[in-house]
Structure formats: C-alpha cells, structure tokens
Design a protein around this ligand. Sequence first.
Ligand SMILES: [Zn+2]
Ligand SMILES: [Zn+2]
Length: 174
Amino acid sequence: MVGLRIFGFENTPPNLLAGIKKTLDNQFSQLFNPVSLHPDFLPVPEDAYDSKRRQYRAQSFLDALDRVVPPTLHGLALVNYDLFVPRLNFIFGVAQPGGHALVALPRLRPSFYKLPTDDMAYFERVTKEVIHELGHVLGLDHCTQFCVMRFSNTLADTDQKPGQFCQSCKKVLG
Ligand SMILES: [Zn+2]
Ligand SMILES: [Zn+2]
C-alpha cells in the first residue's frame, strides 16, 4: 500500500495536523499506510499570494509539495490560507489524481462567517474535505450518492454530506 505524508505550511494549527493523522490511522488505514507527519512547517511559497484577489494560488502550494514529498509517497497539506484556482472564486480543497492534495482551512471555520467557534463542526469539516481530496488522489470522481465524494459548493454542502465513501466508491477503491 502507498504511504501518505501530511504537511503543514506556516500557520497551520499543529493540533489539527495531529488530529487528522489520528483519524487517517484509525478510520482510513485501508487508504494509505503508513501515514506520517512531516516534522517541519513549510514556508508559504513566494509566488502564492495574488494581491488583486487577496487570496493564495493553490498551484503554488501543490508545486511546493511536489518539491519535498518523496516520490514513493503522496502528500497532503492543510493550508491556513484562502486558496483559489483559476475560474473559481475559492476552493475548499484540490487534488491531483495520483499526486498530492490540499485542504484550505479558513472557509471551514465558523469565524469566517462571523459565527461562534465550534471546534467539533470545524474538525468534522476538515476531515470530510481531507477524505474527499484523498479520494481524488486515489482516482475517484465526484459522486451523486450519499457519499464524501459529493461536490461541495458551499459549507452547507460539506455539512450535509457524510464523512464516508458510499458502497460504489468503496468498490472502486478496492
Ligand atoms: Zn472534489
Ligand atoms: Zn460515492
């Protein structure tokens, strides 16, 4: 089975990285094994910030991962910056099939919407987006079933979808 390495960039909360590693180890060990946590935080890539949009280019972070992830592993980064890709206003996450994945944290946090802190809801959302993007890494497309691979356009979409793969996606994963 192929291994996964989890990365934080500057300002990624360390407890969140540890929590995601634990969830992957405990509940998703059939996806990646081993799962390791990179000991250092990576610097935000110099070309990442778009001053017109006041957002960060997801591609710059994927390129940065590509430079540090050993070729035999996949990389997953939790990024505490608002990310975009061309033609979309923002993204919750992005993945390269067979490559690496990112999850952007700010819009998963209640405070982004001026709502009270809710650490449980926040962690659940981060977990769902992580599993969703890792599904893409493993070759899954979007799914219309009651499934973590449902596309999320809004935070409500993320909250409404389950944190697990449906039976047909499980079959594809093998
Ligand atoms: Zn997706
Ligand atoms: Zn599915």
